[in-house]
Design a protein around this ligand. Sequence first.
Ligand code: NAD
Ligand code: IPM
Ligand code: MN
Length: 343
Amino acid sequence: MKAFTVAVIAGDGIGPEVIEAAIPILDRVAAKHSFAIRWERLPYSAAHYLKTKETLPDAAFRRLQNDVDAIFLGALGDPRVPGNEHARDILLGLRFKLDLYVNFRPVELLHPDLTPLRNPGSIDFVIFRENTEGQYLGRGRSSGDEHVAEEVNTGKGVERIIRAAFEWAKAHGKTRVTMSDKSNAIPTHRIWQDKFRAIAREYAELTAEHRYVDALALELVREPQRFQVIVTNNLYGDILSDLGAGLVGGLGTAASANLHPGRRHALFEPVHGSAPAIAGKGVANPVAAVLTGGLMFEHLGYPAASADLKQAVRTVLASRTRTPDLGGEARTTAVARALADLV
Ligand code: NAD
Ligand code: IPM
Ligand code: MN
C-alpha cells in the first residue's frame, strides 16, 4: 500500500483538538482509497517556544523541506506570546522558505442554512491569496514615533499568483477570474493591473474582471454567487477569506492549502486560528481541519478521497450534528465520530 509521511504541527489552542479529531477520519478515508499516512507529530508551538526559546529549528525545517510529503498544521497563536514570534517563524516562515506562493482558500456553501444571507443560491468560489510577499514580509522601519510598513509587490510574485489563478480556473471549467487590488489609492498596485491585463490576454476564453477590494467586500456580501475565482494580495486575501468563511458558516468549516504548483512542498491548515476562548472545552469544530485534510489528499493525488470527506461533511451538517459555532450542541468528538462513521 502506498504510504505518505505527513508532518503534524498541531500548534496552540484548539489546534491540537481539531487535528487529533481529524486524523482518525483521514486514516479511514485513506484506507478506503488504498493509501496510508504516517503522521509525524512535531512539538513546535507556543508552549514549546516558552519552554525552550525555540520556534522552528533549522534541522526541523530541513526535514520538512526534504523528507515529508506534506505538512498538516492546526493553528498558532497564544496570548502568552503577544508578539506572535513563533507563528511568524513557523507558519509564515514555512510559507516563505518553502516558497508556497499560492494560499488556496475555497468558499463553498455546504448546507443552505449555514449562511447568514437571505437568498444565497449556490456560493462556490475560491480565493487565490498571494502568500510570499506584500506587507507580510515585515519590511519597514520604526524610529521614534514613526512606524513604516513596506508592501512588497514584485513582477515575478504578482505574475505567478495571477497565472496560478487563471490556470486553475481553466483546469476546473470556470469562466471568470476577478482580480482585486487598491490601485486607486496605492500607486504601486499598478503592477497588479499591468500583469493582470497582460496575463488575461493569454486566457481569452475566460472573463477577466477587476474590483477594488473595498467594493469587492461589499459585493461578496450582496452577490457572492457571481464569483468563481478571486486573486489578490496577501493581506486582502487574508481578510477576504475570513469574510468568505462568514458567508458559508464561519471559520469552523473553512479549509486552506499553501502550495507551489508543480512542486511537492505543501502545507495545509484550517483558515481559523487557535480560538483561545474555546480552547480546552471540547467544542471546537473539527470540520475545517477535516476539509483541510481533503485538500491535502487532493495534493497527494487522491481527489476521490477528498470528495468522500466533503460528502461526509455535507451529510453530518444536514443531520444537525453541529458544534456550537454552527448553532448546535455537539462536541468536537461527537462530530468527529459522526464523520468517521460515514467514511
Ligand atoms: P480565531 O480564528 O482563532 O477565532 C475567531 C473566532 O472564530 C472566535 O470566536 C473563535 O472561537 C471562532 N472559531 C475559530 N475556529 C473555530 C472552530 N474550529 N470551531 C469553533 N469556533 C471557532 O481568530 P482570532 O481570535 O483572531 O485569533 C486567535 C489566535 O489565533 C491569534 O493568536 C491569531 O494570531 C491566531 N491565528 C492563527 C492562524 C493560523 O495559525 N493559521 C489563523 C488565524 C489566527
Ligand atoms: C491565516 C492567519 C495568519 C495570516 C496569521 C496567524 C499570521 O490569519 O492563516 O489566515 O495572517 O496569514
Ligand atoms: Mn487569517
